[in-house]
Design a protein around this ligand. Structure first.
Ligand SMILES: [Zn+2]
Length: 743
């Protein structure tokens, strides 16, 4: 009895530790001081990036700061021995589904190396940043990787040309990619694309998206890359997250596409914390090694197409397993049949075993949900932000406890052999269901049950084979799934921490089933009390851990708004949903839930002293009727604003907009209630002519907003009251002047 308790306690701690350390499986090797000739030189790449970023200020599209970055980028290209070209076009973009149009003057920089003939391999990154931060990783990592790749490819033999595209305006609606397709004749000569992006500052460089069908593409990636980090689930999964990259524009062409990104520590993304110092050089090297090897591979031969659909996953970043989708489907079906038969063969108690597994998985989610909700009731904001690993441990403790108790109470009298069959049956049925929505996930549902199933068949003659295979299957499941769970946690963060608990349970249950003998010898109430105490302690740790720190700061942007129509000023605070910092409350009365006219994210608001700011001016030049509506021509005066936002209600029926020669139709939004938004970014907006095609015959009201970086002097006390562990993210500290006009 005593030995069994100790064994169970040790197993609990061991499994918890394994889950807590699972991120280490993704650790990248450190950057060596020197690399072999022809290899990616990280230090040289970083030195170029440091020179280009200069004083590391934000450098948004069509700003003086970005002129500086572009000039230094061009100088680096010349130093490498390339001949950069700059294309200069005002461009408007917007998704056909949304009612938002963005426009800016775009200066894309391209350089081509290799032979004159042949289809081009295009390498893409963007050299503009958001107005919030220096963008050392987003997308400095792309700029650095492409320059070093070009320096190394330049002198080697290439079968076909390689073009580098450093685009501008990615951050303002993928405008650089749009401008390339619309205005650069090179676009017609491209058939292959490697895109290099970032949504964080560290961790592996993941090849997370490909064109479809992916067979030939994955074959090339597999041949070329030594340390792959990629799996076929991510392309399906990526469609579910709100981020997008230039590939969203390029995928309208029939190109071979591979999309790379680093995603570690999103708290620095689109914030002042996205600095050279924060950018992990191991990530730069990992990205560089892959991009270089792939560019060599793809430019060394003609484009290969076809190859069907491939399922693939890296094995701890060491190699890539890839199988045809048809083989995967066949194998999954065979495994389902095998386990249906094994289940029938061991049917005594199978229903209880399956029930226990399902209750363990569902109970994990419920327990983690309750834990997170209870902590969330006493703490506000993103309390997991500084130390997400602590919340992770509480989630895993919840999963282990729920799974243990489910096995103890519901499957105590059921043999281990039946529990094994029950687990893998549940695993495969769940897998089949998930694969209906995301077929790329199939690769994760094949190998561990195959090993376990073969062991169970062999066990009929050699009983130890079943036991050995069960342990091996549990280990393989952990090694293939734990890194996947870790990347998913990094991507989604712990907002909805409970969703990771059922996955943790699924990973750990085969190991817990193997503890059957010990579980049969302990008092159930003892286990319930001890594991319950562990869960409470883990969530207590979450409750007591600091929410923010110097490396992972709170998101907190301050805005000043001047409404020209009411002649009133207002402070707005955009942050992570917690309580306002105590020092803010001292000076003003704050109210929550205010939705400003330029964003759907709610702000805190308080009255501000009047600091009049001139909103952009729309001077009407002409108006005429057309069959499709009124064509209103305007002259835009920015009056100091860096960005114009124009917003109209759905009744206004805006049809299209033109700035200079760039024209774009408003998309037909899926939601009819969506407002129309027109944005113009940068210096070229000042003095530009805007033509608006308005469907409504009567005059319509539009809100005109001018955004400029920085705050009035009156904001000094607020800025000083912002905690040291808080910084703007996604939205810069800025001043907005707005007015309502009739058009
Ligand atoms: Zn980016």
């Amino acid at each position: 009895m005593k030995r069994a308790s100790i064994l169970l306690g040790l197993a609990f701690i061991l499994l918890l530790a394994a889950m807590g350390l699972k991120g280490r499986l993704l650790d990248l090797p450190s950057v060596p001081p020197a690399v072999a000739a022809g290899g990616f030189q990280t230090h040289r790449a970083m030195a170029r990036l440091e020179r280009i970023l200069g004083d590391q200020l934000p450098h948004p599209v069509d700003s003086a700061a970005n002129d500086g970055d572009r000039a230094r980028l061009i100088a680096e290209l010349r130093t490498i021995g390339l001949t950069p070209q700059v294309r200069d076009n005002v461009t408007c973009g917007g998704s056909p589904k949304s009612r938002t149009i963005s426009c800016a003057r775009i200066r894309n920089v391209t350089a081509t190396l290799g032979p004159a003939e042949g289809k081009h391999v295009l390498l893409v990154s963007h050299y503009d940043s958001t107005p919030v931060g220096p963008g050392a990783s987003d997308d400095g990592i792309g700029v650095a990787v492409m320059l070093e790749t070009a320096a190394l490819l330049k002198d080697g033999p290439l079968t076909r040309p390689v073009t580098l595209l450093f685009n501008e305006g990615e951050e303002t609606g993928l405008l650089g990619a749009r401008a390339f397709l619309e205005h650069d004749p090179l676009a017609a000569r491209v058939d292959t694309l490697i895109n290099v992006e970032s949504r964080g500052v560290n961790g592996p460089a993941i090849m997370f998206e490909t064109s479809r069908p992916n067979g030939a593409t994955i074959a090339a990636y597999r041949r070329a890359v030594v340390r792959p980090t990629a799996n076929s689930l991510t392309t399906d999964f990526y469609k579910l997250v709100p981020n997008s990259t230039d590939v969203a524009v390029f995928e309208e062409r029939d190109w071979t596409i591979l999309n790379f990104a680093v995603i570690g520590n999103e708290t620095r993304y689109h914030s002042p914390g996205d600095t050279i110092a924060a950018l992990d050089q191991r990530s730069v090297r990992h990205m560089g090694d892959q991009a270089l090897a792939l560019a060599r591979e793809l430019a060394g031969r003609d484009r290969a197409v076809g190859g069907g659909t491939t399922l693939y996953a890296d094995m701890l970043g060491r190699s890539l397993i890839a199988i045809p989708m048809s083989l995967g489907i066949g194998l999954l079906a065979a495994l389902l049949l095998l386990f249906a038969w094994l289940g029938w063969d061991r049917r005594a108690g199978l229903g209880r075993a399956v029930g226990a597994i399902l209750v363990g998985i569902a109970g994990s989610a419920i327990l983690a949900f309750v834990g997170h909700a209870v902590v969330g009731a006493i703490r506000s904001g993103a309390f997991w932000r500084a130390y997400p690993g602590v919340t992770g441990m509480a989630v895993y403790a919840s999963a282990i406890a729920a799974s243990l108790l489910a096995l103890l109470w519901l499957a105590r009298g059921v043999s281990r052999a039946t529990q094994r069959a029950g687990y893998w049956l549940v695993f495969l049925v769940l897998g089949g269901a998930i694969c209906l929505a995301a077929p790329g996930a199939m690769i994760f549902f094949l190998v561990p049950p195959l090993v376990a199933g073969l062991g169970m068949v062999a066990g009929r003659w050699l009983p130890v084979a079943e036991w050995g295979a069960a342990l091996l299957a549990a280990a393989l499941l952990f090694l293939s799934w734990a890194p996947l769970l870790d990347l998913t946690e990094t991507l989604l963060d712990f907002d909805a921490a409970w969703i990771f608990a059922p996955v943790a349970a699924l990973i750990l249950l085969p190991a817990l089933v193997e503890l059957k003998t010990a579980l049969g010898q302990v008092r159930r109430l003892d286990v319930a009390m001890v594991s319950g105490a562990a869960v409470v302690a883990a969530w207590l740790a979450v409750a007591l851990t600091p929410a923010y720190g110097p490396d992972r700061k709170q998101r907190l942007s301050i805005e000043y708004v001047w409404d020209e129509s009411s002649r009133k000023g207002q402070w707005l605070v955009y942050h992570d949903g917690g309580a306002l910092p105590a020092a803010f409350g001292a000076s003003s009365k704050w109210r929550h839930g205010v939705e400003p006219p330029w964003s759907t994210r709610k702000r805190w608001a308080a009255d501000a002293p009047p600091v009049p700011l001139a909103p952009p001016l729309l001077e009407k030049l002409a108006e005429r009727e057309t069959p499709k509506g009124r064509l209103v021509s305007l002259r835009l005066q920015m009056r100091g604003a860096e960005v114009l936002r124009l917003r109209a209600k759905p009744e206004a029926q805006l049809r299209a907009a033109r700035i200079g020669v760039a024209a774009r139709k408003f998309g037909t939004a899926e939601e009819d209630g969506m407002d129309f938004i027109l944005r113009c970014h940068g210096r070229a907006c000042d003095g530009a002519r805007i033509d608006l095609l308005i469907g409504r015959r009567e005059p319509v009201e539009v809100t005109v907003m001018g955004v400029r970086s920085g705050l009035p002097a009156a904001a000094r006390t607020l800025v000083a009251a912002r905690p040291a562990d808080a910084a703007p993210q996604y939205s810069a500290d800025s001043s907005i002047a707005l007015a309502r006009v009739k058009l």
